[in-house]
Design a protein around this ligand. Structure first.
Ligand code: NCD
Ligand code: ZN
Ligand code: ZN
Length: 347
């Protein structure tokens, strides 16, 4: 990394957790990611979900077809696990490169998770095969039981699901996605090298007060929901502390403005337009801009056993105004930090 007074040049980063959606929405949001990131782990929670190698290949092709001329971006596809996932088909999809990882959505945990896994016991043979293959399991780590408080769902998931699963499959590679709590940070740090986590901009920047600041704030709502300040601080220390177990995953999750500003608003924050700028702001606030490159561009590929990117991106210390809204196809989207001015912009 070379840091001059006002410029920061880092190896080109990747986004290890991204929702691109499909159709016109996908075509509209894709350039925001591709201008910053060389690769992204593309989440499979479409309707219907991406559950087969052929569906992943077709989705990858739709993404590549929608990529504007001259942009260079590689989608890394994932398989949506269900109670019916066949271990052999998953392994074939991994070996032929259709899937880079598989995603565990506990049924009912989040957007388009209705087809997700109803009980981890139903995918034991799948997990055994993934452990054997060295295939990464990406996890939305929240229990869905109605008797568990929504702010405790991640912590309970660690005890009820992650600890027993890793006891049974100690070599399984797990990415605990979009972590939000000190509990998750402590768990990942204490686990073996086969366990890592992604961290989003919103969980670095917001605590749960943001949901209610002067009124109900649907654009601060995502899952797992933002937590208390002590948890935000722990997640910040994890992201900026230099451990290779933590890396960049935006969880950029576009939903049309009308679907967010609703009596039952969708979960998901569309942070792709200024993702790198928001992370840079956080690393600067913590006084460790020199660690941004490892978090954004090195730890992720190392965990996934993929090569580092060759190119670079340059951020400059200059005001970046985040617009109130952007268009994607016919839809209006409200980006994360809408209306704010960030201290960094992509050169
Ligand atoms: C994501 C989405 O909208 O697809 N929403 C979210 O709040 N994070 C799903 C997810 O990552 O859980
Ligand atoms: Zn999730
Ligand atoms: Zn997500």
């Amino acid at each position: 990394m070379t840091a001059e007074t006002m410029r920061l040049t880092i190896r080109r980063p990747d986004d290890w957790h991204l929702h691109l959606r499909d159709g016109a929405m996908m075509a509209g949001v894709l350039p925001y990611t591709a201008r910053q990131f060389a690769r992204a782990i593309v989440m499979p929670n479409l309707a219907p979900p991406v559950t087969t190698p052929d569906a992943a290949d077709a989705y990858r092709q739709r993404i590549l077809d929608a990529l504007p001329e001259g942009m260079d971006f590689t989608p890394l596809m994932t398989c949506y696990l269900t109670d019916e996932t066949v271990p052999g088909q998953l392994a074939d999809g991994f070996q032929r490169g259709s899937f880079v990882a598989a995603k565990l959505y506990p049924a009912g945990a989040t957007t388009n998770s209705a087809h997700g896994v109803t009980d981890i016991a139903n995918i034991r043979a799948v997990l055994a095969e993934m452990e054997k293959q060295g295939m990464v399991l990406c996890v939305h780590g929240e229990v869905t039981r109605a008797d568990v408080d929504v702010f405790d769902r991640e912590a309970v998931f660690i005890e009820d699901v992650l600890i027993p699963t890793l006891a049974d499959f100690p070599g399984l590679k797990v990415v605990f996605e979009h972590i939000t709590t000190k509990d998750a940070v402590d768990f990942v740090l204490a686990a073996g090298d086969n366990v890592a986590a992604t961290i989003t901009p919103q969980h670095l920047m917001l605590n749960r007060n943001a949901l209610f600041e002067g009124g109900l704030r649907p654009h601060a709502y995502c899952l797992p929901v933002v937590k208390r300040e002590e948890h935000r601080r722990a997640v910040r220390r994890a992201a900026t502390g230099g451990s290779p177990k933590f890396f960049l995953g935006t969880d950029s999750a576009p939903h049309a403005r009308h679907a967010k500003e609703s009596s039952c608003g969708c979960a998901g924050i569309f942070n792709a337009p200024f993702a790198l700028e928001t992370y840079a702001t956080v690393f600067e606030e913590e006084g460790v801009l020199d660690r941004l490159e490892a978090f954004a561009s090195v730890h992720g590929p190392a965990f996934y056993d993929l090569p580092l990117n060759e190119g670079t991106v340059t951020l400059e210390k200059a005001p970046a105004m985040v617009p109130d809204a952007v268009q994607a196809g016919e839809e209006t989207l409200v980006p994360f930090c809408a209306g704010m001015t960030l201290g960094w912009r992509l050169a």
